[in-house]
Design a protein around this ligand. Structure first.
Ligand SMILES: *Cc1c(COP(=O)(O)O)cnc(C)c1O
Length: 377
């Protein structure tokens, strides 16, 4: 038996990517615009459906940032954000000089608790504050409870920015994640379900928003023969080379999702049957996760901790990763308001992400399963 390193989630090329890159070279479109950017945007819009507009950008973080800029988030504002997430969900709030107000997760979906969201908004409102946006996250690909979140958001007249960075292809009540909010962010970083090496996209619903996002992402140049600017802009556009990778990846996106779901099922049917272990699984049929990462939670009664498991698997040359450390526990966000009951604290203390990349073989997954089983004896 080999002992090759098993990684958490690696880039997985489909084979057609280099064709699109070659085309870009052959036609000298080696710039942050061009046929691949247009093609990738069109492919994504068709995939997501719902008449969305896609603006391809240099990162998912850039997409979140532009969404906040377009919502007019400014210094002194507040923005509600799911606490249980990667820091990239919250950092753009601070880029704008605004304050994140963190909301805890609920135990069933691991995503923004509608109950604590309503409580946070009621209390902010009593303090005379009106947050400018709400950022729910579809963490690890699991859809958040969008109906409830959108209902509360509309009751308080606040826009929703979906962080769908981990959830391309996930479905909420049959509709693709990333199509519910006024804006949504997608990510094509190296470890996501598809990659452009690095990249992201802003999802919007009007041509005007798409044009505005494109303008802001290319230094906000006005329509004049000279370089004239009436707004602060950014250099956030995706390159035509990266978009070429994206077009190739779109051809294998469904296969990647299928494989991640198979890997999740493999873990669930083995490790999920062990007393004290649980494989995080969709709690309701209407939440169809892409299972970007399969996650395990461990009952402390087993005597195992995520860290002991992680170190033991590391010895077997298997990479795992603690769950995201909630933002309200991060030193950099220690002063920010938080509404919750410790659900995400508990998840962080008991959970671990398992190798889930679509390029992993059944043999690889069984090596992980065997290594975990050996520790549970
Ligand atoms: C990856 C990720 C992002 C950021 O995307 P980048 O493309 O890396 O900038 C944002 N939010 C979440 C939840 C992510 O996992």
């Amino acid at each position: 038996m080999t002992n090759n390193r098993i990684w958490l989630s690696l880039a997985h090329m489909g084979g057609q990517e280099q064709h699109y890159i070659q085309e870009a070279f052959d036609t000298n479109w080696v710039v942050p615009l061009g046929p691949n950017v247009d093609g990738f945007e069109k492919d994504l819009a068709e995939y997501l459906n719902e008449n969305v507009h896609i603006t391809a950008l240099s990162a998912g973080t850039a997409a979140l940032h532009l969404a906040l800029v377009m919502l007019g988030v400014e210094a002194g504002d507040e923005v509600i954000c799911q606490s249980f997430t990667f820091a990239a969900s919250a950092n753009p709030i601070v880029y704008q000089g605004a304050t994140p107000v963190f909301v805890d997760s609920e135990a069933d979906t691991w995503n923004m608790s509608p109950e604590f969201l309503a409580r946070a908004l009621a209390e902010r409102s009593a303090l005379g504050k009106k947050p400018k946006a709400i950022i729910p996250v579809h963490l690890y690909g699991m859809p958040a409870k969008m109906d409830e979140i959108l209902e509360i958001a509309s009751r308080f007249d606040i826009s929703v920015v979906e962080d769908a960075a981990e959830a391309l292809g996930s479905l909420y009540k049959g509709r693709k994640c990333g199509t519910f909010g006024k804006y949504a962010a997608l990510s094509f970083n190296g470890n996501k379900i598809i990659t452009t090496s690095g990249g992201g996209a802003l999802v919007s619903h009007t041509e005007a928003d798409h044009q505005q996002a494109k303008k802001l992402a290319t230094q906000a140049r006005d329509n004049a023969p000279w370089y004239q600017h009436s707004q602060i802009g950014y250099n956030y556009r995706m390159s035509n080379i990266c978009a070429g990778i994206g077009r190739g990846q779109m051809l294998v996106l469904e296969e990647h999702i299928h494989r991640r779901r198979e890997i999740h099922a493999l873990y669930r049917n083995t490790l999920g049957r062990i007393e004290g272990l649980e494989i995080y699984t969709s709690p309701y049929p209407e939440l169809e996760s892409n299972y970007w990462l399969s996650c395990l939670t461990i009952d402390p009664a087993t005597g195992l901790t995520p860290e002991s498991l992680r170190l033991a698997l590391e010895k077997e040359n298997i990479e795992t990763r603690p769950l995201w450390k909630p933002m309200h526990l991060q030193p950099v966000f220690a002063e920010c308001p938080f509404y919750g009951d410790g659900t995400s604290d508990r998840l962080f203390a008991t959970g671990l992400c398992l190798p889930s990349g679509s390029s992993l073989s059944d043999e690889d997954i069984h090596r992980v399963i065997d290594a975990v089983c050996a520790l549970c004896k």
